[in-house]
Design a protein around this ligand. Structure first.
Ligand SMILES: [Zn+2]
Length: 393
């Protein structure tokens, strides 16, 4: 109570939050940082030590030259299970609390086989990988799953996902959580990619947009360092914004004129096929661009301009400091970015683009799985969750 009256931190969770940067700190340093009374700090430290959230180290030397006990965040206290399930392939990882990957696998797993077969495969794979890393099920602090469709984040259930037959309303957290014995968080693939990229490659960016250009198009929004999901979790669905060049094209959502209908990997490969060039999907398109196929290069630059057209409005509206471009089509690199930059810099307000960086994804196809782990870590290490873990009701 006294500490709260002094305006210092209240609980063990808030203390752990300070220690998450991984620096070892002595009691004296922690008292200085938090304003806690020595006895209160001792209680908090004991609580965190008892659950192994922190560990003692002896690397710090006190001013008197004697080694003083210091404490540091224990990244290996728990493990996280993370999965990025795409339309046709999946990437799965076991990580520690700092997103260090302890085991990782990629496999062809078509999402249209339905939830029970797909999640059954995921459960089995998680169990195998956990055993591989030598960890026990009790050490799992949470499971993060990304899905290639709209998800109501609060319930973890997919909502009318267009390419996922059988998944609408399926209770993913309950199904997986009851079998693996840990809480499950679910979000759409673009949101977790934004989280992963922000955490691993752009932690300094307060406002970031992650645009995925693959079979479809969508974006994840980091606002004030937090993922912005919107009221129903539908924020960032830019693929179905109307663009002038698409007004005579029907989109898979049933509307006409959607960005996705002219600029996605599916749209580009369809245009190539119509021109007599064989291209089944985004990966074929990228292969053709890399091989110097002129039609593919022209189409992908044009797609970059179309996406840039929509993003130019979003830059004016949201004023991000970084736009990261990911997804299969972004593997074509500078050809996509060139078209995008061309339009954004010429169409957005100068003040909004003055310090704007537009860049490719650093994590590439790992962004999703790292982001799924970040989603879990942020949840588990939130001060309230840590308080409950050290002081169960
Ligand atoms: Zn549409």
């Amino acid at each position: 109570m006294l500490s709260e009256a002094n305006g210092s931190i209240a609980g063990a969770g808030a203390l752990l939050n300070i220690m998450r940067d991984g620096r070892a700190r002595t009691r004296a340093e922690l008292i200085q940082l938090t304003g806690l009374a020595r006895s209160t700090l001792a209680q908090r430290l004991d609580a965190l030590l008892s659950r192994q959230w922190i560990v003692p180290t002896e690397e710090a030397i006190s001013s008197g030259g004697r080694p003083a006990v210091a404490f540091t965040f224990n990244r290996t206290a728990r493990v996280v299970l993370a999965a990025d399930l795409g339309a046709t392939h999946a990437r799965v990882a076991v990580t520690d609390l700092g997103t260090t990957v302890l085991a990782e696998r990629a496999a062809e797993v078509p999402i249209d086989r339905g939830p029970e077969e797909t999640l059954g495969w995921l459960q089995h794979t998680f169990e195998e990988m956990l055993a591989e890393t030598g960890h026990r099920p009790e050490e799992i602090c949470g499971i993060g799953v990304g899905l290639p469709g709209p998800v109501e984040h609060s319930s973890g259930r997919p909502v009318n996902p267009p390419i996922m037959p059988g998944w609408d309303g399926f209770p993913v957290p309950e199904w997986l959580g009851s079998r693996l014995g840990a809480p499950v968080l679910v979000d759409n693939d673009v949101n977790i990619m934004a989280l992963g990229e922000h955490w691993a490659a752009r932690p300094e960016a307060d406002h970031l947009i992650f645009v995925k250009i693959g079979t479809g198009i969508g974006c994840g929004i980091i606002s004030d360092r937090r993922l912005h999901r919107g009221a129903q979790g539908a924020a960032g669905d830019i693929g179905h914004i109307q663009v002038a060049s698409a007004l005579d094209t029907v989109c898979r959502c049933g509307n006409v004129g959607c960005l996705e209908a002219v600029a996605s990997g599916a749209a580009i490969s369809a245009k190539l096929c119509a021109a007599g060039v064989t291209a089944e999907d985004s990966r074929d398109v990228v292969r053709l661009v890399r091989g110097g196929n002129t039609q593919a290069v022209q189409l992908i630059r044009q797609a970059g301009r179309e996406v840039g057209d929509v993003l130019a409005s979003i830059v004016n509206f949201f004023n991000p400091s970084v736009i990261v471009v990911g997804g299969d089509i972004s593997e074509a690199g500078e050809q996509v970015l060139a078209g995008l930059r061309e339009v954004i810099y010429s169409r957005s307000l100068p003040l909004a683009t003055q310090h704007l960086t537009i860049t490719g994804s650093e994590l590439g196809d790992r962004a999703g799985v790292i982001g799924a782990a970040v989603m879990v870590i942020e949840h588990v290490l939130a001060p309230g969750s840590v308080d409950r873990s050290v002081n169960p009701a």
